[in-house]
Design a protein around this ligand. Structure first.
Ligand SMILES: *Cc1c(COP(=O)(O)O)cnc(C)c1O
Length: 458
């Protein structure tokens, strides 16, 4: 399997190189040169076995079948539910797909538990090491740390804004006691952390000296791993469902769209936004224009530039990388992206609907769900349930439950009057020692820390 860049000016690569590269050299995102058909899955029921079969054509010859199956089993053995991602029926036509039974309680574990193991395997084969650096406002950092904490060939440094994550989120990162895991509390905002990471990648000498790598949501391997649960959920229902996806970066819903392209029985998608509603405005009103990010109760969706949308745009442009690059350049310059009516007709109409859910509606939905079913849902999931209920479908609807309610206890307690309990494996989270370093918002200080902990070349 070969991969091409959405901006058409980077070399084609195989899976292992795409995995380690993250972003393409021309600033684009890697996509498979051709979308494979879904493999036959008769008699395959175990989630890890389905995962190995579904991702195999994307991995190609870069990892042998037995190794891939073993890595999938190891990744999904970390989930606390025997079904890994159980479907829970909430009324006669509506299901929740619970994606939060992984180690850090958010759907990012589904991808990152596998991606960490893929990294370690590929690096071991090549006798190489990398240093992963990343910035987090909460969920991504802990999921990335947990995905690589056992890796021998990866050191990871995660920057987070001091005092601006929830205590659960911070402790999930800082209490991991592993020699390759380093967390840094930056005296600044999430944007400052992100700028520091970008500056490290922009420093070519530092980048190659430290062999910097990233596991952010534009990494193809994350999109790939997320395809699997759309396959398992749609197979479990008698009729092709509508999937409702709480989204920010368009990563999760893009995986669903690819699953449908591969032949999974899926009717269409509902995109759920919070007040940062660029995707809803685009889908409903053809208005893809950026606005200021506003903080909401569903912080992992507080995004105004949905980076993974670039992969769908590339398809809408009939895989013309030059045109895609040009459009994105204009988008960056003027803050607005226009697509042709015939592109919308082919790719958006009939496939995507969207709804926006503000914080009041989010709280109301958590309360309503708790009153009607006894289930507690987190604020991200609540935006999805609210969108699904508002838009409806003549098909079964599956709403993706992207975080465990205990990850966002304040909103859930405000809505239901009850504090959701942490699962047993995190019950001692508040007793464990924290390992973290505090640094000013200063590139030289951060680079010197990365240099001191990285074992690249050691
Ligand atoms: C990251 C995240 C999302 C958004 O996922 P995208 O891939 O950006 O669409 C939604 N909910 C939770 C809980 C998340 O952590």
């Amino acid at each position: 399997m070969r991969y091409v860049s959405t901006r058409g000016a980077a070399p084609e690569l195989g899976f292992a190189d795409v995995l380690l590269a993250g972003l393409a050299g021309d600033g684009g995102l890697y996509v498979p040169a051709a979308t494979p058909a879904l493999p036959g899955l008769t008699g395959v029921h175990d989630y890890a076995d389905v995962a190995a079969a579904v991702v195999a054509p994307f991995v190609g010859d870069d990892i042998d079948a037995d190794t891939l199956t073993r890595l999938c089993h190891e990744a999904y053995a970390t989930f606390r539910h025997p079904a890994v991602v159980p479907l829970v029926q909430i009324d006669d036509r509506h299901w929740l797909l619970e994606l939060f039974h992984g180690p850090t309680l958010a759907f990012k574990d589904v991808a990152l538990q596998l991606v960490g193991r893929l990294f370690d395997h590929v690096l071991a084969e090549r006798s190489e090491r990398v240093t992963i650096v990343g910035a987090t406002s909460g969920d991504t950092g802990s999921a990335a740390i947990d995905g690589v904490k056992g890796c021998r060939n990866v050191d990871i440094v995660i920057l987070y804004p001091a005092g601006r994550t929830s205590e659960v989120q911070r402790r999930q990162m800082t209490t991991v006691d592993s020699p390759n895991v380093h967390t840094v509390a930056i005296d600044g905002t999430f944007d400052d952390c992100q700028d520091l990471v970008k500056a490290m990648f922009g420093d070519a000498a530092f980048r190659s000296e430290m062999r910097l790598s990233a596991v952010n949501s534009i990494n193809w391997a994350r999109v790939m791993a997320q395809i699997v649960y759309y396959v398992t959920a749609s197979r479990a229902l008698a009729e092709a469902p509508t999937f409702c996806v709480p989204t920010g970066n368009f990563g999760n819903v893009l995986s669903g769209w690819i699953a449908r392209e591969m032949g999974a029985p899926i009717s269409d998608f509902i995109v759920a936004s919070n007040e940062n509603d660029i995707l809803t405005r685009f889908i409903n009103d053809n208005d893809m224009s950026t606005r200021e990010v506003v903080p909401t109760l569903s912080p992992s969706m507080d995004i105004q530039v949905s980076s993974n949308f670039e992969r769908l745009l590339f398809e809408m442009n009939d895989r013309d990388g030059g045109l895609t690059a040009e459009q994105l350049e204009r988008f960056r310059a003027v803050g607005r992206l226009d697509v042709e009516a015939d592109q919308r007709a082919e790719f958006i109409d009939g496939s995507f609907r969207a709804a926006r859910c503000d914080d009041d509606q989010t709280i109301a939905e958590i309360r309503r769900m708790h009153a009607e079913t006894g289930l507690s849902i987190d604020p991200h999931t609540a935006t999805g349930v609210a969108a699904a209920r508002r838009l409806g479908s003549d098909r079964p609807i599956v709403t993706l439950a992207t975080a465990h309610p205990a990850k966002f206890p304040d909103a859930v307690r405000d809505a239901t009057g009850r504090q959701p309990a942490l699962p047993e494996h995190l019950a001692d989270l508040f007793d464990l020692d924290e390992h973290t370093v505090a640094l000013p918002n200063d590139l030289a200080a951060v680079q010197s820390l990365v240099r001191s902990v990285s074992r690249v070349g050691a």
